[in-house]
Write a protein that binds this ligand. Structure first.
Ligand SMILES: NC(=O)C1=CN([C@@H]2O[C@H](COP(=O)(O)OP(=O)(O)OC[C@H]3O[C@@H](n4cnc5c(N)ncnc54)[C@H](OP(=O)(O)O)[C@@H]3O)[C@@H](O)[C@H]2O)C=CC1
Ligand SMILES: O=C(CO)[C@H](O)[C@H](O)COP(=O)(O)O
Length: 508
């Protein structure tokens, strides 16, 4: 039991949704914590929850009312964990810690969704003040409480100190089946299995990997939402009927946390008239930035991630509610003919396969993006290990991460998941239904940007001869941008003198 004047293992700053739950998880795993939040009521609330959960007369968490008090409660060299919003708040806390007397050998772990380049800069900026280490966290509220996926990166020295703590609090997976070992009762920790915490690389690498995790999360969520709209507006099913279909899908290769929570959301009813909640939620999506950052990074690195980008655009389009309502009264779509039972069954089966294939493409895009980033930034990412730590605890956890882990274990140099034997076979088997589903959506006038973009990506990636030859011709015509030729060495560049009558071609 920690008394107020005791020396604690870890200092924790930011007791919001994630922070409070990470603190309780750390305490369950036997670490003594001193906790601080700008809002004193959040400190009190954390302590009250801790005592309520343990039933003990005093808390395992020491509440602090200032940065100075927090540092004074910790064993030197200090280990401090931050869970605050990305951006200014992180620097704010760092500056306050410097003001409170933090030492150069103290370690500060940023667990928020910081932009990875900010993390790289911060590691340098605070180098003489303390060791900034980052560890992105995924799993939301419940993951933080009972086992998140953790993506640590930064100085290897800091990792040796943090590793046993992170491996203790992380989600765990059964090594044989790849399935999460879940216990969600306070105090009942999971000690067995493989921890979902693996060192990712130097500063910024962990936040980059978490950013891509979130980009994939955006795509995965959008794909499920498009299926929902196809079933709601295309087939005319109720929320409960859609929940039944999703629940059935959740027992096959589409089994995932996101599918599972979609069923829960669809089934939830509220009010005296028992209305499905989903019908009362305004159709305007929020976003905090990580999906956008992923799409921007893919554009900057020149690697295609169209399904992730489409998922970001879908959220943007959703935010134009008033404009969409106006346009709905002006712009026409097709009439949707009623279904007979056989058509309905076929439609649902095709949609299932479309989601599965689109999902494979979204993950392929995310992993290819990380591979390009690895090259660009000279990291050494272990993709099998990244897939492994995403099998439990995080928001995109799914049965599907096991074959991805196996694909990268078989071939760590795999350029794209689509080329793995297992996934190629799955795509070959299901692509026809995917096409039918995309055609159904187009004929019905139902927007399926993510599912459709994934199909275009798939077709573009398997296209040995793209139309970029014409594009290069266009560029050379208006801007003398030159082109390479299929019948000459790729390094040689040519230009046609388009404005001359002869249109002579020269090697440049
Ligand atoms: N929610 C989620 O599912 C996930 C969130 N994350 C990331 O984790 C971090 C925390 O998220 P979450 O818990 O949801 O956020 P919350 O908004 O619930 O909590 C944020 C905490 O940060 C504190 N804070 C804000 N600004 C400052 C500041 N300038 N100085 C000191 N403390 C400050 C807040 O204090 P105050 O009490 O004053 O409000 C609050 O306690 C974010 O970076 C988020 O992106 C990562 C994975 C999942
Ligand atoms: O990191 C997370 C999950 O992995 C956070 O929940 C994040 O906030 C999700 O992003 P957004 O708010 O943009 O939907």
């Amino acid at each position: 039991m920690v008394e107020n004047n005791s020396v604690c293992d870890i200092g924790f700053i930011g007791l919001g949704v994630m922070g409070k739950n990470l603190v309780l998880n750390l305490a369950d795993n036997g670490f003594s914590i001193a906790a601080f939040d700008l809002d004193a009521s959040k400190v009190e609330d954390t302590i009250a929850q801790d005592m309520a959960e343990t039933g003990l007369p005093s808390a395992r968490v020491v509440g602090c009312s200032s940065y100075t008090e927090l540092l004074a409660c910790l064993k030197p060299p200090h280990l401090i964990v931050l869970s605050v919003p990305a951006g200014e708040a992180v620097d704010d806390v760092c500056e306050n810690l410097i003001g409170a007397g933090i030492q150069p050998d103290d370690i500060v772990i940023d667990t928020g969704n910081s932009l990875w380049v900010d993390t790289v800069e911060r590691e340098k900026k605070y180098h003489s003040n303390f060791i900034l280490f980052s560890s992105a966290v995924s799993g939301g509220e419940v993951g933080a409480r009972f086992g998140p996926a953790l993506m640590p990166s930064g100085a290897p020295y800091a990792w040796t100190r943090i590793k046993p703590i992170w491996q203790a609090i992380a989600a765990k997976v059964d090594a044989k089946t790849g399935k999460p070992i879940e216990r969600t009762k306070p105090g009942e920790v999971v000690n067995e299995g493989e921890p979902c915490a693996a060192y990712i690389g130097p500063a910024g690498a962990g936040h980059y990997v978490k950013m891509v995790h979130n980009g994939i999360e955006y795509a995965d969520m959008q794909i499920i939402c498009e299926a929902y709209q196809m079933l709601r507006d295309g087939v005319g099913l109720t929320s409960d009927e859609i929940a039944d279909i999703f629940a059935q899908w959740n027992r096959g290769p589409l089994e995932s946390y996101l599918m599972e929570i979609s069923v829960e959301v669809l089934r939830h009813r509220v009010g005296a008239d028992n209305t499905p909640l989903v019908e009362l939620i305004l159709d305007k999506a929020g976003q905090k930035g990580t999906g956008l950052w992923t799409a921007v990074s893919s554009l900057e690195l020149g690697t295609p991630a169209p399904t992730i980008a489409q998922a970001v655009y879908a959220r943007s389009i959703s935010s134009f509610k008033e404009l969409r309502v106006t346009a709905a009264n002006v712009l026409q779509g097709p009439q949707i003919s009623p279904f007979n039972e056989l058509d309905k069954q076929n439609f649902i089966e095709q949609l299932h396969d479309a989601i599965y294939c689109a999902k494979i493409c979204a993950y392929a895009q995310g992993f290819q993006l990380m591979k390009l980033a690895e090259k660009e930034h000279n990291w050494q990412l272990d993709f099998a290990s990244i897939a492994k730590i995403w099998r439990a605890g995080c928001i995109i956890r799914a049965i599907f991460l096991q074959p991805i882990t196996q694909a990268f274990a078989r071939n760590p140099e795999l350029d794209n998941l689509l080329l793995d034997d297992f996934f190629a076979e799955q795509l070959n088997q299901h692509q026809l239904n995917w096409r039918k589903s995309v055609a159904n959506a187009a004929l019905m006038g139902i927007p399926t940007g993510a599912i459709t973009s994934a199909l275009s990506y798939y077709d573009a990636m398997r296209c040995a001869s793209s139309p970029a030859n014409l594009l290069q011709g266009q560029r050379d015509f208006f801007g003398a941008h030159t082109f390479a030729r299929v019948d000459k060495a790729a390094s040689k560049k040519y230009h046609v003198n388009w404005s001359s009558a002869e249109r002579d071609m020269v090697e440049v």
